[in-house]
Design a protein around this ligand. Structure first.
Ligand code: NDP
Length: 263
């Protein structure tokens, strides 16, 4: 199926790793230009070089900025618009989860988490909203978590903030219609940076990668019996960004191997 993304431009925050990097690869494979950002310059440069080698340097921009630094992010947005002339898809993917119960979460930790989850949406959306409106097929995709609807007590502030973000996205899907569609994916467990870090820090260092991941999928009762691959989330993002999803806005798509228990 031609997804109608050839010659279009996608911005992906947190594009140096995991789901964001897989999404960058998918958009490029569809013939789009891609701009990625992340904080860590070294990993970002490695990602940029790999994408440029595969798809051509003229289709890729990478800039080391935090989505929480509005001034720096506006600079990045300016460079993207100068280079590619517009933006058609924005994937708000940057971030990470915080493991802590209510008793363990300090006020500073709450503020930090709420800032990350909200402003990783607000800053990029504000920077690109006019360009997305001008696109004619503008789409915003948020990479959110199943925790938004199915909170976990050991990730209390992440769950709560994720729920608030879903609420924000619903409002934006109305405010930005009909020019820009706003959707999200709800990720369960996808094998990317954060799980690889947890695997590296496993209690039993003799446990193999296969055994550790199989154990995790079993403990979490994932019906499909495994973690997802970043590419499986990326495919959903590219679909939601494309005109193939032209009548979908204000919606969420679960990428969780059936982990959700709500209907
Ligand atoms: P990764 O750790 O592999 O990737 C996270 C990316 O975000 C990196 O490129 C990282 O680069 C970047 N990033 C983090 N903070 C910022 C920031 N402030 N500004 C710009 N870039 C930032 O993780 P995933 O691919 O798994 O995560 C992608 C998204 O999916 C995250 O929002 C995560 O919370 C969410 N998610 C993932 C789940 C999973 O199971 N994998 C489950 C539920 C949600 P750098 O650190 O250099 O800035």
């Amino acid at each position: 199926m031609d997804l109608g993304l050839h010659g279009k431009t996608a911005v992906i925050t947190g594009g140096s790793s995991g789901i964001g990097l897989a999404a960058a690869r998918k958009f490029l494979a569809e013939g789009a230009n891609v701009a990625i950002c992340a904080r860590g310059a070294e990993r970002l440069t490695a990602a940029r070089d790999a994408l440029a080698a595969e798809f051509g340097a003229e289709h890729v921009i990478a800039e080391a900025v935090s989505v929480l630094d509005a001034t720096a992010f506006d600079g990045f947005a300016g460079h993207v618009l100068d280079r590619f002339g517009g933006v058609d898809a924005l994937v708000n993917n940057a971030g990470q989860g915080r493991v802590s119960t209510f008793a363990e979460t300090t006020d500073d930790a709450w503020r930090e988490e709420l800032e990350l989850k909200y402003f990783s949406q607000i800053v990029p959306i504000r920077a690109f909203s006019e360009a997305l409106k001008d696109s004619g097929q503008g789409a915003i995709m948020a990479v959110n978590s199943l925790l938004a609807y199915q909170p976990e007590p050991h990730m209390v502030c992440t769950s709560s903030a994720r729920a608030g973000v879903q609420n924000l996205l619903k409002s934006l899907s109305v405010e930005f219609a009909p020019e820009v569609r706003v959707n999200s994916i709800l990720v369960g467990l996808v094998d990317s940076g954060q799980w690889q870090r947890r695997f590296a820090a496993r209690a039993d260092q003799n446990q193999s990668r296969e055994a550790w991941y199989a154990d995790l999928a079993s403990k979490k009762n994932i019906p499909l019996g495994r973690l997802g691959e970043p590419e499986e989330a990326a495919r959903a993002l590219v679909f939601l960004a494309s005109p193939a999803a032209s009548y979908i806005t204000g919606a969420h798509l679960e990428i969780s191997g059936g982990l959700s228990r709500f209907v």
